[in-house]
Design a protein around this ligand. Structure first.
Ligand code: SAM
Length: 385
């Protein structure tokens, strides 16, 4: 999981400087085009010189029928100011604001509006300097200036700083904005995010091929040689979060398997069965099932209901057993007393595992699973006999 190492390091060090490729933006945005007609779009973590989000909307201003495009960049960004300082005043902030309310012209007359024309436009009409306020640096999405711009916006589209993801989404919800943003699938299990998913207030977008993406960055890449691209880092588990509807969200997942108690064991501590792969969801089961979080890529709210998640902070009567202290048997043969089994869904084992971590309570053996989303099928088919 090389990409996850990249992300873990980014979060630990608050390294938020990685930049989205044009192709990834185009591949996602093509599923939502009708939403943008007549709308004010705001890219609020986006340097107009560098961000392909800004460039995408500037180049497609007419094609999408936008009313206005706003982009603001952050003073703390490693790229903000690398070009602007050339013209800027000594000591002034590197954060900038640009507002476009008409399409950019084909300034260089090459028959297409492209990023060269955007560069010419930015030279002719330089973006405005943003200033700090009592609390925040210039261009911070929480600053007074940026919040005023947010109020004006209909749809926010960007890749925000991963380290501030909770706060970022909370602000979008507070101001009742439509949005399409990049995040990490780990955020699905956040107590601030999952309830919004459960209540169908936000969902996953179309997504990146293979659930991983390459971003422009100067950070050290820990991807394997085959996955390495020069000047980029590979991050696995990246997803789009949105509250814009799109067609795949209403397509039923095809189900092929029938339920049998031997194939689908019951959890020891949740009133649900274990379905370890989304494609194995039984077509005829009418009770609660635990599925991996990658299920959300296929989630159609007309087909399934989401009831919860197997996280300690999520309180549900489905979590019906709590263990006293447990003995953890590690793969190297050492043991320790822990309380972890209450943090997720648990399966009882017939015998201890070999070379893998397992837990022991009162002479019984258990294994703990990754986070599961608890779902039920709204229209289970009749059992196949
Ligand atoms: C993951 S990068 C993505 C940049 C750009 N949106 C893109 O996708 O190419 C996140 C950006 O947010 C900026 N940033 C960090 N903290 C911020 C804040 N509090 N407010 C606004 N932007 C911030 C970083 O400097 C960085 O440029």
């Amino acid at each position: 999981m090389a990409g996850n190492k990249n992300l873990a390091a980014a979060k630990a060090n608050k390294k938020d400087e990685f930049y989205t490729q044009r192709v990834d933006i185009e591949n996602e945005l093509k599923h939502y085009k009708p939403h943008f007609a007549g709308k004010v779009v705001y890219c609020n973590c986006d340097d107009p010189y560098e961000s392909w989000f800004f460039k995408y909307f500037a180049m497609n201003f007419n094609a999408l029928g936008l009313k206005k495009l706003i982009a603001t960049s952050y003073d703390g960004s490693s790229v903000a100011g690398t070009e602007i300082n050339f013209d800027g005043e000594e000591g002034e902030s590197n954060a900038r604001k640009i507002i476009i309310d008409r399409p950019i012209e084909d300034y260089n007359g090459d028959g297409a509006v492209d990023d060269q024309d955007i560069r010419i436009y930015l030279k002719k009409f330089p973006p405005e300097v943003l200033v700090s306020d009592d609390e925040y640096k210039p261009g911070d999405f929480r600053s007074h200036q940026c919040v005023e711009l947010l109020k004006e916006a209909d749809i926010v589209v960007t890749n925000p700083p991963f380290s501030l993801f909770r706060e970022y989404v909370a602000q979008l919800i507070q101001y009742d904005k439509k949005f399409l943003i990049i995040g990490h699938q780990g955020a699905i299990g956040y107590k601030e995010i999952f309830p919004l998913i459960k209540d169908n207030k936000i969902w996953l977008g179309f997504g990146f091929k293979g659930g991983a993406a390459h971003f422009y960055s100067t950070y050290e890449d820990t991807a394997t040689a085959g996955d390495h691209r020069e000047g980029m880092i590979r991050v696995s588990g990246v997803v789009w979060f949105t509250n814009l509807d799109f067609s795949r969200r209403h397509e039923n997942l095809d189900l092929y398997k029938s339920f049998s108690p031997t194939t689908y064991p019951r959890y020891d501590n949740y009133d649900a069965i274990e379905v370890s792969k989304t494609s194995d969801i039984p077509l005829d089961y009418d009770g609660v099932m635990g599925v991996p979080i990658t299920f959300l890529d296929k989630y159609n709210p007309e087909q399934f209901s989401i009831l919860g998640i197997t996280r300690p902070w999520f309180d549900t009567p489905l979590h019906n057993k709590f263990y006293p202290k447990q003995i953890q048997h590690n793969s190297n043969g050492t043991v320790q007393e822990v309380t972890k089994l209450n943090d997720g869904a648990v399966l009882e084992l017939v015998r201890p595992l070999i070379d893998k971590v397992y837990y022991e309570v009162d002479g019984k053996y258990y294994t703990q699973l990754y986070s599961r989303i608890l779902i039920c099928n709204k229209h289970p088919q009749k059992p196949i006999i």
